[in-house]
Structure formats: C-alpha cells, structure tokens
Design a protein around this ligand. Structure first.
Ligand SMILES: Cc1ncc(C[n+]2csc(CCOP(=O)(O)OP(=O)(O)O)c2C)c(N)n1
Ligand SMILES: [Mg+2]
Length: 321
C-alpha cells in the first residue's frame, strides 16, 4: 500500500475508534475516565511513521492515538477501557494507563509531566549498548508548566540523549486557555533553545508536515545528535474528559471551534490524496469498511472477555494480600 495511504488509514482508524468509544461510552460499561483525541490524529501518526518497533513511546492521559499509531493492539486497548483481563494493562489501568511492552508503548499516566523523566531515564540507561533506539514522549501544553519538564530537557541536553519531546499544543489545559497560563507571545518551542535543544513549532493538523519535522528530529537523535523539542499546534474537539461537546461551558467560542473543525487533519489530507489520485471514493469506502470490521470485532472481543479475578486484586501492587 502507498505510504501516504497508510498514513490516511492510520488517522482514520484512530478517528473511527474514538467515535465508537464516544458512542458507546453512555452504555456505562466503560467506567474509566476517558480523554479523547478527536481532532488531534495527525501528530501521533506523523511521528510514528518513523518509529521502529523497538523504539520507546510514552504518553499522558490523552493517549489512545499515541498507542494505536505505535502499533498497539486495538483489542487490548478496547478491553482495557472495559476493565477486562485481556486489556493491555490487564484491566487495571483504564484509558489513562495504557501500556504495552510488546508494542514499545512503555507507559502512559495522567500525572502531568509524569512520564517525561521516565522517557529520558529509559534511554539514558540503555544508551551504552543500544545506540539507535529513540524515546518519544507526548505531552500537552499544560504539562510544560511542570518543573520536571524543564529538568528533563536540561538533563537530556547535557547527556545528548535520543529523546523526542513532542508537545501537542491544543491551546487549553482543561478550561484554561494558554494565554492565562504562560507569558504572552511565547511559544513552547522557544523553551528548547534555552537548553540548547533544537526546537520547532509546526502545524499539528498537517500529517505530512508532522512527518517531515519528526523525521528530521528522529534521524538526528539516531545519529547521536541528541534531543529535540517539537511543538505541534492542534485542537481538541470534545470536552477535556469524556465523550461530549462542551461549547456550553463558554471557555472557548463557537468561532474558534468552527475554525479548527475546518482544519480537520483527516479532511485536509484526504483532499490532498484525492487531488493526487492516490485515493478515490471507492478506495476510501473499502478502507472505512475494513476499519469498521476491525473495530466491531475489538468491541465484541472486549465485551466477551472476563473481568480480572478478584483474588488477583493486589497483584502488581506494593500491598500484600
Ligand atoms: C500534576 C498534575 N496536576 C494537575 C492535574 C490535573 N489535570 C489533568 S489533565 C490537565 C490538563 C492538561 O492539559 P494539557 O497538558 O495541555 O493536555 P490536554 O488535556 O490539553 O491534552 C490537568 C490540569 C494532573 N493530572 N496532574
Ligand atoms: Mg492542552
């Protein structure tokens, strides 16, 4: 399959999975807090297009796209949301704690900034024997207000570690806009040079732009050139946590939302692919049907799977039963 088509399929897959989760969330069988990434699909897909199975990926609370784009199992993710034993975290973590060593998706956690130092430390520990493994950590604009973000940048720079810091700047931390939280007119990418880290701010809704910028950073890291900080501008379509729209809360305007909806990363790319004759209505339909089949089978599998045995409640914890 054409590489550009693969990118398209990967974005559409994330979109359709999230739409299905949103649709079925009200059935109240998925009981974990769930942060959707609808509208933000281009960043993980563009970044992951350069990643190898053996590379590490870390994430935060909004992690479905990061997990799927890295090659995580859809069945294991959906099962995790249902709290089932077949989930990627054995049904103990839910949406905010996806992890899957087989996919190189080492950890995600909702404590803001929590996985940033772990992404740095994990390649620091392997650097002597694995030279071309890179570690990617995704976080939001809000997480850059945590002290650990700055410490991790400094350490990665001093040790020239192959870490790609990927900030998905969607302009909000819960309901607070960027301009009430950080100095006026400063970009997050401006922080990198203070640590001597190459940094770029780019359009996070343009998968080809993301791919190009991430590729440069990842290749540099593999060649021993050290870390990069990438700030991708994007926008979250749904409420901070949960499957609903939230314009009624008035922390953002309909005009702003409409503007970003018109910059839909999938529509944007799809239009380009139509123009290049790489995609047509028929092939798009086939891709959609294929994804739908996969999603239905993942939900069926998750719903049929057992819950973890209550006897194992304290397994993997520090508490002895
Ligand atoms: C240390 C810490 N402080 C506060 C929170 C509560 N909290 C959860 S998500 C969030 C907003 C995060 O915003 P951002 O990093 O921009 O990510 P986004 O939700 O926009 O993807 C906050 C403040 C937390 N989880 N951890
Ligand atoms: Mg944000």
């Amino acid at each position: 399959m054409d590489n550009l088509l693969k990118l398209f399929e990967s974005m559409l897959r994330i979109r359709m999975v999230e739409e299905m989760i949103a649709e079925r969330y009200s059935e109240q069988e998925m009981r974990c807090p769930t942060h959707f990434c609808l509208g933000q699909e281009a960043v993980p897909v563009g970044v992951s297009s350069h990643l190898r199975h053996t590379d590490y990926v870390y994430s935060g609370h909004r992690s479905h796209g990061h997990y799927l784009a890295k090659g995580g199992s859809l069945k294991a993710m959906v099962s995790e949301l249902y709290g089932k034993e077949t989930g990627c975290a054995l049904g103990r973590g839910g949406s905010q704690h996806l992890n899957d060593l087989d996919a190189g998706f080492i950890a995600s956690a909702p404590i803001l900034g929590g996985t940033i130092p772990i992404a740095v430390g994990s390649v620091y520990s392997t650097k002597s024997n694995v030279t071309d493994k890179v570690s990617v950590v995704y976080f939001g604009d809000g997480a850059t207000e945590e002290g650990i973000f700055h410490e991790a940048l400094n350490f990665a720079s001093v040790k020239k570690l192959p870490v790609i810091f990927v900030c998905e700047n969607n302009l909000y931390s819960v309901h607070s806009s960027f301009d009430v939280r950080q100095p006026k007119d400063r970009n997050i990418a401006d922080i990198g040079p203070a640590h001597k880290i190459p940094s770029v701010r780019a359009n996070g809704n343009d998968v080809e732009e993301v791919m190009k910028i991430a590729g440069d950073a990842i290749n540099r890291a593999r060649d021993g050139g050290g870390p990069s900080l990438l700030e991708f501008m994007t926008y979250r379509w749904l409420e901070h946590c949960g499957p609903n729209k939230d314009l009624d809360l008035s922390y953002r305007t309909k005009e702003e939302m409409d503007e970003w909806l018109s910059k839909c990363p999938i529509k944007l790319f799809e239009t380009k692919l139509y123009k290049k004759n790489i995609l047509n209505k028929e092939s798009r339909f086939r891709i959609e049907q294929k994804i739908l089949k996969e999603i239905n089978s993942a939900f069926e599998y998750a719903k049929k799977s057992p819950f973890p045995d209550p006897q194992t409640l304290f397994d993997y914890t520090y508490v002895k039963s």
